[in-house]
Design a protein. Structure first.
Length: 360
């Protein structure tokens, strides 16, 4: 089985995407974690195609535990033959809940279990490299439950690799892609972001609509370091996925009041190889006569005051309610002046709960 990480609140959307990619059942495994009931050979496909997930993990073990001694025993009984004798490894844990130990304690204990197991099975002492390991074993602890697995991704998939202009507060790409899916947008509809910043939402819509894979940093995936995968087979899989990419002209638009951000959005789109119409426009004067509106208006450090954020929200909601759009989503942590939405979905963005306010 494979598990994958995602932002909390996006488990349902990530599960649906995983099922589309693999053809296998998928669902919520825990907060920010989904399962995919498929063979490990689908790991490259997920890494190369997934847009709402962060990391793809080959599951080694999962269960319940009461302390680090039990965790050591579980890790000690795993066969680590997937690590070459000359390769280095590292352990990374993500821990949630009340425990008598830290994440670093768990990393130390499981790391020792890996070394002891490998020494007994293969007569070699594995090297530890905490900075740039050849093989990364990831652990997740949520209350009294644990998961252990092999990270096939490395740097999170939300770091696509196409951004060359860095907005001061860019929207995470995986969230942007999830919002496009949440809106039910399809490639025949127009989509407009009136507060587009560096262009993330329309760029991600293009990638989704044209089935563009994660082609900017596929060579850095950690899966290439795992001897259990044949490189030739992975390359064949890549070529097969590349053949599904389209280059359709899509009705995607983005505007912002800042000429600097619009220029940056154009640079990012060009680097991503996508075609989008970006233009400078004050949101108060913008036309919302599009099929789908999705926007992440400025809030927090992106605006001068709470009053300014509230004013932008009021303008957005009024224009959405008076427009002919089929569906609209405002994604923000600032809830003031948003009153007439149909529903809202909480999404954890870093350490901040943010909401997708949906107008249908």
């Amino acid at each position: 089985m494979i598990i994958a990480t995602c932002n909390r609140g996006l488990e349902e959307i990530a599960s649906k995407e995983a099922k589309e990619i693999t053809g296998s059942n998928a669902g919520k495994e825990g907060n920010g974690l989904i399962y995919v009931k498929t063979n490990w050979n689908k790991a490259f496909r997920l890494n190369y195609m997934a847009k709402t997930m962060n990391r793809i993990i080959l599951l080694l073990a999962r269960g319940y535990f009461t302390g680090l001694e039990e965790l050591y025993k579980v890790a000690r009984n795993i066969d680590y033959g997937f690590i070459g004798s000359k390769q280095s490894f590292a352990i990374r844990f993500s821990r949630h809940g009340e425990h008598s130990f830290t994440s670093m304690d768990a990393e130390r204990i499981v790391g020792q279990a890996v070394i002891d197991s490998y020494m007994e099975s293969y007569g070699k002492r594995l090297k530890v490299n905490l900075e740039e390991p050849d093989v990364m074993i990831r652990g997740f602890i949520k209350e009294n439950k644990y998961w252990l697995g092999i990270d096939t991704t490395g740097e999170s998939l939300h770091k696509r690799g196409y951004r060359i202009y860095q907005h001061p507060a860019p929207l995470q790409t995986t969230i942007a892609n999830a919002l496009v899916r949440m809106a039910g947008w399809d490639e025949k509809q127009s989509l407009y972001d009136p507060c587009c910043g560096s262009g993330t939402i329309p760029i991600e819509a293009y990638l989704y609509g044209n089935k563009v894979p994660n082609k900017w940093r596929w060579q850095s995936f950690l899966i290439w370091n795992l001897g259990i995968f044949e490189h030739d087979e992975l390359l064949k899989e890549k070529l097969s996925i590349d053949g599904m990419e389209r280059n359709d002209e899509l009705k995607l638009y983005g505007s912002d009041i800042s000429p600097k951000h619009i220029e940056g959005a154009k640079q990012n789109a060009a680097n991503a190889g996508v075609k989008i119409k970006f233009f400078v426009e004050d949101v108060a004067k913008a036309s919302f006569d599009h099929d789908i509106i999705i926007t992440n208006p400025p809030y927090g450090k992106r605006v001068s005051s709470l009053r300014a954020a509230s004013k932008i929200n009021a303008i957005l909601e009024e224009k959405i309610l008076n427009a002919s759009c089929k569906k609209a989503i405002i994604f923000t942590a600032e809830q003031s002046n948003l009153k007439n939405y149909d529903r809202k979905i909480p999404i954890l963005y870093g350490k901040l709960w943010t909401y997708a306010f949906i107008y249908e």
